[in-house]
Structure formats: structure tokens, C-alpha cells
Design a protein around this ligand. Sequence first.
Ligand code: PLP
Length: 260
Amino acid sequence: MSAAPPRVLTVAGSDSGGGAGIQADLKTMLALGVHGMSVLTAVTAQNSVGVQGAWPLPVEAVRAQYRSVVDDIGVQAVKTGMLASAELVRTVADLLAGTGAPVVVDPVGVSKHGDALLAESALDSLRTRLLPVATVATPNLDEVAQLTGLRVESEEQLRPAAEAVLEFGPRWVLIKGGHLAGDAVDLLTDGTEEHWLRAPRHDNRHTHGTGCTLASALAARLALGDAVPEAARAAKTYVTGAIEAGFPLGAGIGPVDHAW
Ligand code: PLP
């Protein structure tokens, strides 16, 4: 018998193609040596070319999964991903307000294929209810624009955008600048400290699940005891390796590889 590893919970949607969502989260957690658990918020019919359908689960089903996990097993870190509706955002925010564990909020809005994973009407609850309970929020540039109205087009614009996201109340923000030209540069800040995370751009279009993977790796490292800046660096290293190793699958965009 071995000792129990730290326990990490993902509260997110299912990707039937296995590239993003809950599936990417659990693979990341396995790779980083923590025990992954899941509260499913929505089911998507999804593959390498897009999202063909999405069905949010009832609020009671989300609450019940969370209680089952927390009451018996306990969590050392939580990651949230696709939350689909305003009602689910508020439900999850209320549940997480009571956890003492660090919370990584990936404010998932739209998939790489342009499919909406969050209702427009949920943005306000995301800003006012969920972001205030986040230890770290991990928006990409599209999500920054959705949340703040700011369009980031250069590295210099990352700082003001980060400050605007911090206004909503997360302790830290990690803005993913991967959609800018040049190196993949992210900015992690709590408004006082600033950490620039830089990786060379890899010429690999098979990047499905990058955001889920980064946020899950960050939560896993926090559960293992890292402080936020160390956890973010380790997560960036992990996702960079997974992007380099991403492979073709189906007719569209393949997934990052967790077994790199
Ligand atoms: N599907 C689900 C269920 C997700 O949670 C996410 C992202 O968080 C995606 C799809 C989008 O993945 P990507 O933008 O990497 O294609």
C-alpha cells in the first residue's frame, strides 16, 4: 500500500474526443502525480473538428457530485473549466467559497473552433461571483477581451489587462499571451509581483486542450505544495512539453500529449 497522493478536483465539462475538458484535466493530474477527481458540469459531443452539441447538467447533479467528493475524500486544490450557464457559475462559486483549498479558475468562454462553452448571460456571474473566489485566474486573450473589453495586441498590453482582471478579485492572474506573435509569453501577477513566463513558439497546430492542461497542472502543483509562482512555472513547462508532443487525430486539430 502506498501513501495517498494529494487530491485535486476538476469542475468542468466532458470532451468526448478526449482532448480537452475533464479528460485533459485527469490526464494532466495523473502525469503530475496527484489523485484527480471530477465534478462534471456539462457533456459535450466533440471531436477534432468542433463541438457538435453541449448539454449542461442540472444544478443538483453538480452540487451532489461536489458534496460526495468533499465530504469523504477532501481536496487540496480545485480547478474550474467549462461551466456552461450563469446558474452553474453561481452554484460552483457558492460551493467553492467554502473550500479552504486553492482554486484555479480557467474562465472558459469559447473553444478554439469558435464554439461557445459559456452563455453570454453567464459573464456577469463569472466576474462578480467566481473570480472573487479564485486563487489564480487563467484567461487567454479572448477571455480577457470578454471579461474586460480590453483587446491585447502586444506584450506591453498584458500588464494593464492583468490589472483589469485583478479588479474582479482573484488573488493572482495568469494571462496567457499564446495568441500573440512570437514567443508564447504569459504574465503572472498579483498586482505587486510580476512573473513573465516565456517559451519558444512550437510549430504544431495540434493544441486542443492547452488551456485545460495548463490550469490543471497549476492546480496539481499547488496541491503538491508549490507557491503560486513556482506552480505556474512548472505548469508552463508541462504544457509546453505537451504542446511540442501534440499529435494529429481525426480531420481537425489534435490534442496535446500528456505522456511526453
Ligand atoms: N471542451 C471542453 C469541455 C472544454 O472545457 C474546453 C476548454 O476548456 C474546450 C473544449 C476547448 O478546448 P480548446 O480551446 O483547447 O480546443
